[in-house]
Design a protein around this ligand. Structure first.
Ligand SMILES: [Zn+2]
Length: 283
């Protein structure tokens, strides 16, 4: 198992963050000294760097004389970057750590979603107690093409229904004006097969084209989410982040369409933590 628990992640952060602070200080000092040296030699520092060999050695010599400690700090910056890269599992490793199975159906994919269009992770509740397999069968039989990319069962097992590189119809129509508010105006990649307009108040359909949808098996009002389910959600979000190489904004479905029930009130404190630190518990 490669997945780090919260304590391990905290340990890595504790170890490398102070060094990151020193490294940033080193970079600031380096910048300040570069300007200082350029003044002393009557030209700009960049010209000295890019110019002849003599210019470079004069520049380097001045820096070494001025602060040997600077080079030590820059070495630390380099080793900090190496350690940070080594401590971060790859997307493949994170995916392999999930209790994940795949169940792709032809009716669930609605067009290409290249990485440059990824912006949001939308959290949903299934609003029922049926497990992922039953939900997927129901979706497929419905004929309206609805599905999310992932369903997280109460026991923490996950079923993926749609590739991360394809559009799924999980968010549906949002409030009129939300395409612009969320920066999801381009609906042209979505085939919109199976969609049915729900009224002038909710005419925007851009969110699916810019997001990953995650359903948690949960019915609002039935009590807390099991720890296994929340830990799986943590790990799934970490995998999605690693897959894209950036942190998508986490929203819940009702942010897109006012009046939706999901996610439920029981999720509110977890949702705040996901927004803040991308895990159900604050570190
Ligand atoms: Zn929903």
């Amino acid at each position: 198992m490669i997945r780090m628990n919260a304590a391990q992640q905290g340990g890595v952060a504790h170890r490398i963050l102070p060094r990151a602070g020193r490294a940033i200080a080193a970079c600031s000092l380096f910048g300040a000294m570069a300007f200082g040296v350029s003044d002393a030699y009557g030209g700009d520092a960049r010209t000295s760097f890019d110019g002849d060999e003599g210019g470079r050695s004069v520049f380097a010599g001045a820096l070494r004389q001025a602060s040997p400690a600077l080079f030590k700090m820059l070495d630390e910056w380099s080793s900090f970057l190496e350690e940070a890269a080594a401590a971060r599992p790859s997307a493949e490793e994170l995916r392999a750590s999930l209790a994940l199975s795949e169940d792709y159906r032809g009716s669930f994919s609605h067009g290409p979603k290249p990485a440059e269009y990824q912006k949001y992770i939308v959290l949903h509740d299934t609003e029922g107690s049926a497990d992922a397999a039953s939900v997927i069968s129901w979706w497929d039989a419905s004929g309206n093409g609805v599905a999310a990319h992932f369903i997280v069962n109460k026991d923490g097992s996950i079923v993926q229904c749609v590739s991360l590189d394809e559009i799924a119809h999980h968010a549906g129509f949002g409030d009129t004006g939300h395409n612009a508010a969320f920066g999801v105006e381009d609906e042209s990649r979505d085939d919109k097969v199976g969609t049915t307009p729900i009224g002038d108040w909710a005419s925007d359909y851009g969110m699916n084209s810019y997001s990953i949808g995650i359903e948690m098996v949960h019915r609002g009002g039935e009590g807390d989410y099991p720890e296994e389910q929340l830990q799986s959600l943590d790990a799934l979000i970490a995998y999605i982040d690693a897959y894209y190489g950036f942190k998508s904004e986490i929203i819940d479905h009702k942010a897109w369409r006012t009046g939706n029930s999901d996610t439920s009130p029981e999720f509110a404190s977890y949702f705040a933590n996901y927004k803040e630190c991308r895990a159900h518990e604050a570190p």
